[in-house]
Design a protein around this ligand. Structure first.
Ligand code: TGC
Length: 393
């Protein structure tokens, strides 16, 4: 259960519907009963627990905000609450749901042909198939316009050459949404286009990246694309240009706005538990003004972050959410969650660096969350451009 004092001050339940609460509790149960008992061991062993994928599918959490093709058609707030509860357990599992539902499935749902949707989406919603989203390249993720992966026409086929990096779940995936620049003379005339590449295609090699000190219960990969030949049916017909992948990033960034607040809430809970149970100088450390000030500041940012996420969710449900608003949320949620994790660690003192508490794991994970889907700096510059009308890119 969530520390009652955290839940009570702002009555979030009063702001959400019964169906939204049901989605939230479904995800919370999975997080608490399935993820939490094993996560410290999985993080330590760098183990991705593949069997959870079908369970998440069975709960309807994969592509839950999409309609048709076995997807639940849930609202944006319901999806956000699910992200919050999963990331309260571990960012790796919220990341999986984001990559599968917000990136890979969204790309197919938004831009795929009817045949592509029928082929991939029901299995992905059920957790029988895994997807990944191959946009970022080894030279860096901030400027996808500079991508060097190409797709050229060869008879009735497309041949894709290049490399991708930091691609979540690529070595687990059945299908990769690969973004590549096509030749000037081909369909789209030099634009970035998306291809649905079965990962069993010769020339597609995904290699998990070793040595990560963050997101260890999740998988991120290098992908080599060496003369990968796919048929015309692999081309996503509805996307031409970077607005295609960027609109999928909007979906994933939206989930992070909520998710990071889940990690932050867990860190606050840990700090609160410690503050009321550990005694120093003859009284609980939480009776000290300095500790209370830290707890109050952490609590203020968790509540502000959740209320902002809820506001953005309601805008999204009305079709009124803009990329700049998503940048406000992504920048704020992750930045504040990291600060909260660091403050919680200080309240836990030496024990805070051990895996007896989840705080260092969350802090380490949040370093990845801060970096992917647009770094802090990218979101600052998106907002700077919004405010000044001047692009710093
Ligand atoms: P520019 O390159 O000029 O714009 C190109 C076109 O895209 C449109 N656009 C958007 N459309 C929808 N939503 C957005 N948020 C959009 N942002 C831009 C834009 O209107 C234009 O359309 P058109 O029709 O005129 O061609 O881009 P820009 O100058 O507007 O933006 C530059 C910048 C820096 C904001 C953009 O490049 C950016 O967002 N960079 C960060 C990219 C990023 O987040 N990369 C990390 C991806 S994470 C990942 O790949 C791993 S997936 C997760 C996992 O596998 O674990």
């Amino acid at each position: 259960t969530i520390a009652p004092r955290i839940d009570a001050v702002f009555d979030l339940n009063a702001l959400i519907g019964d169906d939204e609460r049901e989605w939230q509790l479904r995800a919370r149960r999975f997080a608490q009963e399935r993820i939490l008992p094993v996560i410290e061991g999985d993080f330590e062993a760098a183990h991705f627990r593949r069997e959870f994928v079908r369970e998440l599918g069975g709960l309807g959490l994969l592509g839950m905000h999409l309609t048709g093709y076995g997807c639940a058609g849930a609202g944006a707030v319901s999806y956000g609450l699910v992200c919050l509860e999963l990331e309260a357990a571990d960012s790796g599992w919220r990341t999986f749901v984001s990559v599968q539902g917000s990136l890979a499935m969204s790309a197919i749902h938004k831009y795929g042909s009817e045949a592509q949707k029928q082929r991939w989406l029901p299995g992905m919603a059920a957790g029988e198939l895994v997807g990944c989203f191959a946009l970022t390249e080894p030279h860096g993720g901030s400027d996808p316009a500079g991508m060097t992966t190409t797709a050229r026409r060869d008879g009735d086929s497309w041949v894709i050459d290049g490399a991708k990096r930091w691609i979540g779940l690529a070595s687990e995936a059945d299908v990769a949404v690969v973004w590549a620049k096509v030749d000037e003379t081909d369909a789209g005339g030099g634009a970035v286009r998306g291809f649905l590449v079965p990962t069993s295609t010769p020339g597609f090699i995904a290699t998990p990246i070793d040595g990560k000190l963050s997101m260890r219960a999740s998988v991120q990969c290098d992908i080599a694309l060496d003369g990968v030949r796919v048929s015309d049916e692999a081309l996503l017909p509805g996307a031409s240009g970077l607005s295609g992948p960027f609109s999928c990033l909007n979906e994933a960034r939206y989930g992070i706005v909520w998710g990071a607040m889940g990690a932050a809430r867990s860190c606050l809970e840990a700090a609160l538990s410690r503050a009321t149970s550990r005694e120093v100088f003859g009284k609980p450390i939480g009776a000290n003004q300095l500790i209370q000030a830290k707890l109050a500041d952490m609590f203020v940012e968790v509540e502000k972050g959740i209320l902002l996420a809820l506001h953005l969710g309601r805008l999204k449900e009305r079709g009124a959410l803009t990329p700049a608003q998503i940048s406000v949320g992504k920048l704020n949620s992750v930045r504040e969650a990291l600060t909260i994790a660091h403050e919680a660690r200080s309240i836990l003192a030496g024990d805070g660096i051990t895996n007896a508490w989840p705080v260092m794991r969350h802090a380490a994970n949040l370093e990845s969350v801060r970096t992917y889907e647009g770094t802090d700096e990218i979101h600052q510059l998106i907002l700077g451009r919004e405010l000044t009308g001047l692009s710093a890119f």
